[in-house]
Design a protein around this ligand. Structure first.
Ligand SMILES: [Zn+2]
Length: 97
């Protein structure tokens, strides 16, 4: 990810730990996906759910979803931050190259 927006010069990571919010969003997305998969997998295969297959696919979901969703989580967190702190957007574009 670039340090600043090439168009408006908005600094994406203003301080250490700034993307902790993106981590939390990513964790929520992963937990939601895993919960939907586990519940859906069990309901779809009742009355005899295949525990080993569901576990293996569940591990794949638990590892794959956060890898795919992390860039989108960062974008979403940046958008939330820009809505919560519009002053950073304005001040950073004034007088900077
Ligand atoms: Zn921009």
């Amino acid at each position: 990810m670039v340090e600043r927006c090439p168009r408006c010069r908005y600094t994406f990571e203003r301080e250490e730990g700034f993307f902790l919010g993106a981590y939390v969003i990513n964790l929520a997305i992963t937990q939601l996906a895993l919960g939907v998969f586990i519940a859906g997998g069990i309901i779809a295969t009742l009355p005899d759910p295949p525990a080993l297959q569901l576990t293996l696919i569940g591990i794949t979901v638990a590892v794959g979803v956060p890898l795919v969703a992390y860039p989108f989580s960062k974008t979403l967190w940046t958008a939330i931050d820009m809505v919560m702190h519009p002053e950073f957007r304005r001040t950073q574009t004034d007088g900077e190259p």
